[in-house]
Design a protein around this ligand. Structure first.
Ligand SMILES: NC(=O)C1=CN([C@@H]2O[C@H](COP(=O)(O)OP(=O)(O)OC[C@H]3O[C@@H](n4cnc5c(N)ncnc54)[C@H](O)[C@@H]3O)[C@@H](O)[C@H]2O)[C@@H](O)CC1
Ligand SMILES: Nc1ncnc2c1ncn2[C@@H]1O[C@H](COP(=O)(O)OP(=O)(O)O)[C@@H](O)[C@H]1O
Ligand SMILES: [Mg+2]
Length: 284
């Protein structure tokens, strides 16, 4: 297993070319936040915006629209009862994130199925929280084409892989990952990222980060990074590392690290690692 090092941040976070615009930094569509878990999708959306996604749309329960706009006026909001608008939001995105606070109701399942049916080969789809649990529970087969990134914690990985938490050893996890078409970010004290050919361990992070909403924040950061930076594998590793790096820094003088505090620091810390662009590449 390889270990992620700090240099991943310099490698991935490059200066923005002067003649660029929001369309060059990706369109992220986030789907989640039922009436119980509005906070989850707000945190994920904030994390995506603060990590630099060019345009962010949020498909969520109408109940969350006021609070989302109050916290994050940068985001566009779509009512998930409006099927046409929801389809437009997903179709127009380069990166789709589904799951934070999606819930496990029948409507949640139908929304997940609809989103999966709309995905295109060019899109990256991050699958987090309730979406992982639903896929495991209903044995949903993902349509081939898009690049999938799963972000389970150990309990969600147990549901998805069938491996009880005590049996989640490296070789067993590797075998289970082979059954899955996509990257697996297995979140825990020392998060492991499984690609087709190799596994990376995140060597940092602190139990002060064990607070509800911390994974929603990571999912939003992975979305923001995947929207802007290539190759996607590197972007995922950088997002995972940065999330814990910021958490550790805050944890040096806080007993508990709040997700909202991590979000506040993202852009500031990205600036510290920004390097000159080697390729001058621009997305569309
Ligand atoms: N503010 C909000 O609205 C929040 C909403 N959330 C949403 O709530 C839904 C349910 O997710 P939950 O994760 O709470 O519930 P789950 O039922 O999926 O899993 C939570 C349980 O898993 C166990 N567990 C074992 N190993 C773990 C590990 N390494 N990391 C985390 N948990 C571990 C814990 O005991 C925990 O009680 C998701 O859609 C999620 O996005 C949560 O993110 C919490 C915050
Ligand atoms: N003890 C710990 N050490 C390091 N990181 C932790 C620790 N506990 C939790 N985290 C991190 O916090 C996040 C928790 O994710 P998750 O359980 O999905 O949160 P939520 O769903 O509440 O947003 C993961 O990124 C995980 O690595
Ligand atoms: Mg979670």
């Amino acid at each position: 297993m390889k270990v992620i090092s700090k240099s991943i941040l310099n490698e991935v976070i490059t200066q923005r070319p002067p003649h660029s615009h929001k369309g060059n930094y990706g369109k992220v569509c986030l789907i989640g936040g039922n009436s119980q878990y509005g906070g989850a999708i707000i945190l994920a959306s904030q994390a995506a915006v603060h990590s630099g996604a060019g345009l962010v749309s949020v498909v969520t329960a109408s109940k969350n629209h006021g609070s989302l706009h109050a916290r994050l006026p940068e985001a566009m909001v779509i009512d998930w009862e409006n099927r046409n608008k929801m389809c437009e939001g997903v179709n127009g995105a380069s990166v789709v994130l589904i799951g934070p606070g999606l819930g496990l109701e029948e409507e949640s399942l139908q929304r997940l199925k609809l989103v999966l049916s709309l995905l295109k080969q060019s899109q990256v789809c991050i699958i987090d929280g309730s979406a992982i649990t639903l896929i495991a529970q209903y044995k949903i087969i993902l349509p081939p084409g898009p690049m999938y990134i799963f972000t389970p914690h150990e309990k969600e990985w147990e549901r998805l892989s069938g491996l009880p938490i005590g049996k989640q050893l490296l070789d067993e996890n590797r075998r289970a990952k082979k059954e899955i078409d996509g990257v697996v970010v297995l979140k825990k004290h020392r998060t492991e990222v499984f690609f087709d050919d190799n596994v990376w361990q995140n060597p940092i992070g602190t139990p002060a980060m064990a607070t509800g909403g911390m994974g929603d924040t990571l999912a939003g950061m992975i979305a923001g990074f995947s929207a802007q930076f290539q190759p996607i594998d590197q972007a995922v590793l950088a997002a995972v590392y940065l999330h814990s790096y910021i958490g550790e820094k805050i944890g040096e003088n806080h007993y508990v690290v709040l997700p909202t505090k991590v979000i506040e620091e993202i852009s500031l810390v990205m600036k510290q690692f920004e390097t000159e662009s080697k390729t001058g590449r621009l997305g569309t």
